[in-house]
Unconditional design. Sequence first.
Length: 387
Amino acid sequence: LRYLTAGETHGPQLTAIIEGLPSNLHLDFEALNYELARRQKGYGRGRRMQIEKDIASIVGGVRHGYTTGAPVAVVVENNDWTHWRNIMNIEPVEGTDEEKRRVHRPRPGHADLNGGLKYNLKDLRNVLERSSARETAVRVAVGAIAKQFLSHFGIKIGGQVKRIGEIEAPPHQLSLDELIEITEQSSVRVADKATEQKMEEYIDRIKKEGDSIGGIVECIVEGVPVGLGSHVQYDRKLDGRIAQAVMSINAFKGVEIGIGFEAGTLPGSQVHDEIMYSEERGYYRASNRLGGFEGGMTNGMPLVVRGVMKPIPTLYKPLQSIDIDTKEPFTAQVERSDACAVPAASVVLEHVVAWEVAKAFLEKFGGDSIEEVERNYKGYLAQLEAY
Ligand code: EPS
């Protein structure tokens, strides 16, 4: 299972091609677009989200609602493109730098300067357009298909915002279903109303100061069987692959599994999860501090993955940089941006994790049709039961 994406933030569309999905998987298009809408919500987003209404069109690999086994092609159009037709034209266009919106002032914290130097591009827009987090729209579409595949096997994914800047969400005892339902009603994807209020006020303050703010998001996956991933080779450790996927989300600077970095502050007796057994559950752990992973393999407990997003680097508050034409210092110009995209990032996290779990699932139970995958999965469950 693999996918690639293409497309620019102000180009006509974002495109993804997914290869390796089994045939006969039913796709619910409404559920797919529901996930795209979830990504667009969240307190602190900028004006661009009023322009976009993300819809995924499937333009290959699906017929009459079912996958055919052929590559699945997904397109998400950019409504904003109508304002950028000339600037983003693939044909040569006449006009001044200004008319072409040439970027020669790299923004600190963005890919602009590194990309310009590396690809030898004197118009940094060529970097900016692709490095934009707009690309996560199509990655969510891909992840939403992975989610539907996983849901076929009883695997469920949810998430929440744990922190925005100074404001931390308190712990709770909600089930995953309750968490999914309650956070969906929240403008900042937290379960606690008082925290939501505090976070909104905090984002308002940050925005007023011309600044931006990041945070910490968490994703939980339930129903994952023991044994996805493997201890035998570095690139088969599923926690490692999930870490890569999380770090690949725009603006993410760190990842944790289970208690994560806290594991470096506690003695082993307070970190490891004791092994239990019962007739109905089989083997399980008394706690889940390791977040569902031991030895790079799932252990049957829920997966708990957290990521930290840095503040979006497009600021109204100027930071110093250097003009690539004059080599003179300047302070960055005002740009349209989101003050906070942490709630949206929480949705993106769910989807990149869903993808990695689906990929590992198909590696283990792989088949060309969903029926073949089902047979393989059932055979494995019987093996576990007899163990
Ligand atoms: C982004 C900048 C903003 C965001 C965009 C990501 O877009 P613009 O430059 O057009 O104002 O709104 O996010 C999306 C469009 C999206 O769908 O999430 C950036 O530079 O990363």
